[in-house]
Design a protein around this ligand. Sequence first.
Ligand code: ADP
Ligand code: MG
Length: 461
Amino acid sequence: MLQPGGPEGSQLWAMVLPRLAQRVGLATYDGFLCNTVALAYDGTTFVLGVPNQFAKDWLQTRHAFDIGACLTEAADRPVALRMEVVEAGPEVAAPDPPAMPLPHATPAPPPRADSAAAGMPLNPRYTFANFVVADCNRFAHAAALQVAKCPGRSYSPLFIHSKVGLGKTHLMQAIGHYVKQENPSWQVVYLSAESFVNQVVTAIRDGRTEELRRRHRYVDVWLVDDLQFIAAIEGPVSEEEFFHTFNTLYETNRQIVLASDAPPRQLQIMNDRLRSRLEMGIVADLRAPDVETRIAILEKRAGAEGAQIPREILEYVAQKIESNIRVLEGALLKICAYQSLNQGVLTLAAVEDMIADYSTASINRRLGLDQICAHVATIMQVSTEDIIGPKRVREIVWPRQVAIYLCRELTDKSLTEIGHFFGGRDHSTVIHAHHKVSEAVSNDEAVLWFINDLRSALQGG
Ligand code: ADP
Ligand code: MG
């Protein structure tokens, strides 16, 4: 008989659930995932308890890949997934929240549980202590630290932007950790804009908008990540709700921190007052780290993993992988795993091999939007002119969405650059296309295989 998962398994599962909800969609989430529980986790295998055989079959056949991927991402190491049916799910008792006054006088605090439901858990690794400061991020780091020390008083809103994988989420969550540690009674809510949109949609559907407002409008520190999703998915309704929440918090001197892949000026939002308020705050960007910084980041991470990797190997990896820090760390984790399986022996030759086959990063960087588009056009038997052109018939729209999806997945081009390439379409069209294809990939195995074939043909060629 399995033992309950213990704090680590449950904590991991708590981190994974919100991401999973976004990946699999709310129907699957509400129907199957919210009744699951972490049964065991030993660092390599995660055992998930599901309420019945039907749920097990459903999740196993359709979502095992997504669940495994989210677990691996959250644990930062490969995690194998197993599912077991548990008859009566173990009850998870929520700890009683301490009744502490809010730091601000207005308005009266709602029950803490409301705000707890609004956010996602913080990754324990994303702290200031684990963040390497260098020229590429010095200003953003200083602003974030200032905000963490004096929330709501100095820079609100703080707006952080950069390309993917350069530390936005890390810095935001570092603020969250710091504030929670210094002021345990403060309500810190971290969430993605996509989750906010989903909450708005669900609240409207269920007639529970008051509850939604209570959750968000009385927090002390509101950290909203990936803001580019705010207008792109459901349009003006969620943007309006966001604007009102933003205003309430702004006017009551709460701390607001936002992160996005584009600066406020380039955000696809319709509300000009919101845009100007965003621009009036502190806007800080993160740039790609130079090679010295990449080495420092690898050294820090290897240290945190308890691995001893020779400096020349770290230098080699830092030179080879320059696109984004997440990819860099992925390579390092693979090297650490190899080293520990190989009784600590690690040669540069072995690492060269590993990086060569691992590093889709370097392949991806070379892959151009035009190549992806041309390949999709050939395979799907349409012309590139049509893919890029204005036609809106289904026979063209689907290949176009597939091409956009692959550009988003396989290059580090920004939404704006991709939109521009596809006939001057805007950034919300790119997000929408990506969303559509991701949905199809998770709902339909034939699409999954088709997209995987396209992907490997592009990466291999
Ligand atoms: P973004 O949100 O911009 O896509 P993340 O914050 O998720 O990027 O960062 C990607 C990975 O890189 C994370 O694992 C994070 O810890 C790491 N990282 C980014 N910047 C730094 C830094 N300056 N020092 C240490 N680790 C970093
Ligand atoms: Mg992020």
